[in-house]
Ligand binder design. Structure first.
Ligand code: PRP
Length: 184
């Protein structure tokens, strides 16, 4: 059985993802210019694919940096514990920061990241997330740009994983229930 056999349905096709990413890129182009030289903070690992596609639509001078935060084990539920696994290389004091996330679910991860980065004195801080699951929100976090609002289903692909797999799928799919239930 291959990876694709574990997918119950395609929620957002590759074509739709690419079109929306281009629109988000244009939205970012309207916010920043060369003098801002924004720093895009990619929240690993899930956002790596979105960041890679998003940056290809950007016209202003910018930098990318990476941060890895984990709040989940191998299962599907948030432990509520946020840990920094990898911190930024860059000092963000006085910088225009754009946080790039793949999904905002409970909001705990983003809440932690925004508070943490805010203490470092950025000139501005915004958030661009590909997906948002508003029905799961536990903490309200301001989102400046959202690609798609998704229902409370187990989504994988385009960077999003289940137990570190499925990140490579070029679309957002919903995993078959038996796949994630057998692991718990
Ligand atoms: C996912 C996702 C967000 C977070 C969202 O990361 O990339 O960072 O969970 O959930 P929350 O809003 O409930 O905090 P995960 O911890 O699964 O790590 P990964 O990106 O490396 O897969």
């Amino acid at each position: 059985m291959g990876l694709l056999d574990d997918v119950a349905k395609v929620l957002i096709s590759e074509e739709t993802l690419q079109a929306r990413t281009a629109e988000l890129g244009q939205a970012v182009n309207e916010i920043y210019d060369d003098t801002d030289r924004p720093l895009l903070v990619c929240v690993l690992k899930g956002a790596f694919m979105f960041l890679a596609d998003l940056t290809r639509h950007l016209e202003m001078r910018h930098e990318v940096d990476f941060m890895e935060v984990s709040s989940y084990g191998a299962g599907t539920r948030s432990s509520g514990v946020v840990r920094i696994l990898l911190d930024l290389e860059r000092n963000i004091q006085g910088r225009h920061v754009l946080i790039v996330e793949d999904i905002v679910d409970s909001g705990r991860t983003l809440d932690y990241i925004t508070r943490n980065l805010q203490t470092r004195g950025p000139a501005s801080m915004r958030v661009c997330t590909l997906l948002s699951k508003p029905s799961r929100r536990e903490i309200e976090v301001p989102l400046d740009m959202v690609g798609f609002e998704v229902p409370d289903e187990f989504v994988v692909g385009y960077g999003l994983d289940f137990a570190e797999e499925y990140r490579n799928l070029p679309f957002i799919g919903v995993l078959k229930e038996e796949v994630y239930q057998s692991g718990e």
